[in-house]
Design a protein around this ligand. Sequence first.
Ligand SMILES: [Zn+2]
Length: 343
Amino acid sequence: MTEETLPLRFETRLALAELPWFEEDHGEVVLADKSVPPVIDTHTHYALPHLSIHTIDIERETPDSNLLLGRCCAHHLDVRANQCFGPNELVGLKRELLLGGLTGKGKRRDHTAPNLARDMRQMNVVQSVVLAIDFFFPNNHARDTLTTARTRSEVVGYGSVHPRSLFPKVKLEEQLHLGARGIKLHPPNQTFRPDAWYAMRIYRMCGKENLPVFWHAGPAGIEPKFNQSFAQMRHYERPIREIPETQFVLGHAGSLQHREAIAMQRRYKNAWLEISGLSLGQLREVIAEADTDRVLFGSDWPFYHPVLPLAKVLIATEGQPDLRRKILHDNAARLLERTSRPI
Ligand SMILES: [Zn+2]
């Protein structure tokens, strides 16, 4: 099969085993091609935030990771990842995110550290960056993420400080003590504009501590309009321009506004693009137009299995082994290395 004749639409996750790099093993799709370099996944989460009155044991292995785009869902490469959800599945996803957050129940009980490690091994992901998200409601997401991450050699933990926190510096320092290697901020879910003054103070603190800021960036198309307004790419430029000592990762490479994100990444050396959620077509544009020394692989597990973005990267980099290695591994290794902290 040449690149042009490869299938791009798959009825289930396992059907991806049809592609030349993968095979089936005990009912799971696994990476089989030994020439594919080891992978670093820079965008993953443990069980998404829930009210602090509930507890989820994120150290427990369970038989199925129960990802939000489940194994039986279509996995299409030629559309954005969130377009793989059918209309009914999208309703289910929204219910899952909201009710699960309130009750601590549902699929997130399977979004645990050993399950993440198992799914990553299937794709030869040797290191995962696990991102916390601090919410306005009482939650222990950063603490839980970081305390588990520090016990696992295959994981790097990023904390999260809600930009409107009363004592952001205290929170940040607490998370540094728990081993945070970066900070994740989510403008639409945390309902703030990325260029708000109170967010700027966090970016400056991160610059001083040599912590990268990992943003959810750009509108995804499935969030409420009100939340979407916070994620417009034009709001991300001022911090990147005014705080050059801080490294900024544009998660999802700007989502629907990937062209604006690419332009920003080219303009500023402290901006990186992380590719989870992109369609194959968008990924090809990133590869053709962005600075490929600052493009990072990511899956957004537990939304998606890493096979989904990996298949796209393998197709888009066929015949370009150096480029493939940079995107799958070396760029992330360099970012992690330059923001590593003394123990
Ligand atoms: Zn995410």
